[in-house]
Design a binder for this molecule. Sequence first.
Ligand SMILES: Nc1ncnc2c1ncn2[C@@H]1O[C@H](COP(=O)(O)OP(=O)(O)OP(=O)(O)O)[C@@H](O)[C@H]1O
Ligand SMILES: [Mg+2]
Length: 253
Amino acid sequence: MENKNISPLLEVRDLHVEVEGKEVIKGIDLALYGGAKLALMGPNGSGKSSLSMALMGHPGYKVKSGSIILDGNDITGLSPDKRAKVGLFLAMQNPVSVPGVSVANFLRAIMKAKRGEEVPIREFREMLVKAMGLLEMERSFANRYVNDGFSGGEKKKLELLQMVLLNPKVAVVDEIDSGLDVDALKIVADGVNRITGENNAFLLITHYRRILDYIRPDGVVVLMEGRIVASGGPELINQIDRQGYDWLSAKTA
Ligand SMILES: Nc1ncnc2c1ncn2[C@@H]1O[C@H](COP(=O)(O)OP(=O)(O)OP(=O)(O)O)[C@@H](O)[C@H]1O
Ligand SMILES: [Mg+2]
């Protein structure tokens, strides 16, 4: 999918990130081209979620140096909502619950925030029904309160639903496989596969290969102790599956 003649949708240049005074990302370079599904793997505590937080502009994750470029625009200093407006989407490892707000109203508010104006109710309903169909979700899901009593799988599906509706240029998906059974995993993977086109790209964060059996990334990068220690094609996933991460840690020293 990589085409050297076109510029990447997301580019990370020599990024250093600090959290609570500790450097957790120690110089990362990444390029994501349209149509790409890049898997970011690595053991617990290697900095995967920190990288996604920094990409999204979480104030606790301070960029000390380096830059983040989205579709040609430097977004390093932008607030999270501005980043979302220009087309970055983050699905979090542990999403929050919003009791008292229905899924439908929550999604409509998100769409309004992105567009800068209310989405007419008929148009919104049509979009919602289409998106829920794509993800094979029950209609009644739209009437439930956001993440209130949701199962792990339902939380992930809600994130996917947001993603389908927002149609981001770049989506960073952190551990979307956590808590999903095999059937739900297939639906989620199918959803990701169906919404990936030439004009968007995915960064999929995971430590297990399970979801990668269904999503089939075209590239893999491995993070350890805040640095990229390996990058390659999907064969790297099998190698990690067989050998774990230890054989790579020698390379970080
Ligand atoms: N908010 C925070 N406050 C303090 N330390 C943090 C914070 N967030 C991350 N860290 C530290 O940064 C390092 C990287 O953590 P991070 O959550 O990015 O790892 P990860 O690769 O996502 O791990 P996992 O696979 O367990 O999700 C760890 O040492 C962690 O303790
Ligand atoms: Mg994490």
